[in-house]
Design a protein around this ligand. Structure first.
Ligand SMILES: NC(=O)C1=CN([C@@H]2O[C@H](COP(=O)(O)OP(=O)(O)OC[C@H]3O[C@@H](n4cnc5c(N)ncnc54)[C@H](OP(=O)(O)O)[C@@H]3O)[C@@H](O)[C@H]2O)C=CC1
Ligand SMILES: O=CC(=O)O
Length: 324
């Protein structure tokens, strides 16, 4: 079969796929224009990879496509409605990256609160020539209140770290209440506005959907404490980035830790890059050697199973299977 691999599939997994299939790997190409990409897409049976915008125009140019296997848990890059209408399976990689992403979110909490990147730069640039004063102090993480928006798999793992590791009070907001979080971490359900008012650390970790797009904007930042630190590990478009910049400029919040941005890679003239109280990461939530390999392996299993005409373990649009 013809397999189109896109942007990120770990090499051992790619090599294994090549043993049974004709595989073409594409990275950083214009998927609307690149002639080689479009020519291969036209005969592609399966797609595996990260962040390929699988929209209606792309699907229309892939008459043989049977399955799209995302190497990510988020699947906001897929037009699920059109894929389902065309009986094309869509899969993702939930679960195996949960702890790795929660570690990264905690890394952002700690590095923003304790100003770690800023002080690392301070030391390395030779400025540490005398004992520091309160202008360089950070703020405590332990025993503070963390508000988790999106108490799913990753939300729970963040709550676990907050409760057991840092003695934090956990409040959360999701579409539904989560008894598991309440039992295991004494987490309390709150409305979005209550959570924003009460949290020292506001952590956003929902999927990007029609409902969560621009969920956090001017009004929401104005509800947060002036001392609050905002952490985004979800997707850039869940936040109105312009409003985040304004909230930071006007000191409505104290800082932000961001793994995701409206445009990725971020433009170098983005004001967020000039702010010392903002810690930025290049969307690396799940990017450890172990977890990326596990994600690629699971994505390949989803792909292979689907191409063999069996139900993939992580099928998103089960209607395609039910209609068979
Ligand atoms: N930065 C990075 O590298 C990474 C980012 N991510 C992002 O994290 C997301 C979450 O992953 P994961 O935890 O596995 O997903 P889950 O599906 O397990 O959890 C998502 C949670 O978000 C909640 N939610 C959905 N819509 C809303 C809404 N409108 N308002 C409030 N809560 C909502 C859901 O609530 P309910 O259960 O009540 O429906 C659920 O609790 C991914 O979709 C991806 O976008 C993931 C991995 C890495
Ligand atoms: O952003 C990464 C994902 O797995 O989703």
């Amino acid at each position: 079969m013809n397999i189109l691999a896109f942007q990120r599939v770990e090499k051992p997994v790619l090599d294994q796929l090549k043993q049974n299939h004709t595989v073409r790997f594409f990275k950083n190409v214009d998927t609307t224009k690149d002639p080689e990409f479009l020519s291969f897409l036209n005969k592609t049976d399966g797609i595996i990879g990260l962040d390929l915008n699988v929209d209606q125009p792309l699907i229309n140019q892939a008459p043989n496509l049977k399955i799209v296997s995302n190497v990510s848990v988020g699947y906001n890059n897929l037009d699920i409605e059109t894929l389902t209408k065309r009986n094309i399976m869509a899969t993702n990689t939930p679960g195996i990256l949960t702890d790795t992403v929660a570690d990264m979110v905690f890394g952002l909490i700690l590095s923003t609160a304790r100003r770690l990147p800023e002080l690392d730069h301070y030391v390395k640039s030779g400025n540490w020539i005398e004992s520091l004063d309160s202008t360089h102090y950070g703020t405590d993480v332990h025993h503070k209140t963390v508000g988790i928006i999106g108490m799913g798999r990753i939300g729970l793992a963040i709550a676990q770290r907050a409760h057991h590791g840092f003695d934090m009070k956990v409040i959360y907001h999701s579409r539904t209440k989560k008894p598991e979080a309440e039992e295991r971490f004494q987490a309390r359900y709150a409305s979005l506005d209550e959570l924003l008012r009460e949290s020292d650390f506001v952590c956003l970790i929902t999927p990007l959907t029609k409902e969560t797009e621009r969920l956090i904007g001017k009004r929401e930042f104005s509800l947060m404490k002036n001392s609050a630190i905002f952490i985004n590990g979800s997707r850039g478009r869940t936040v109105v980035e312009e409003d985040l910049i304004q909230a930071l400029n006007h000191k409505e919040i104290a800082g932000a830790g961001l793994d995701v941005f409206e445009n990725e890679p971020i433009q170098l003239d983005n004001p967020l890059l000039q702010m010392k109280n903002v810690v930025t990461l290049p969307h690396i939530g799940s990017s450890t050697l172990e977890t990326e390999l596990a994600m690629s392996t699971l994505a390949a299993k989803n792909l292979q199973t689907g191409l063999e005409g069996k139900k993939p373990p992580n099928l998103i649009n089960s209607a395609v299977w039910d209609n068979k």
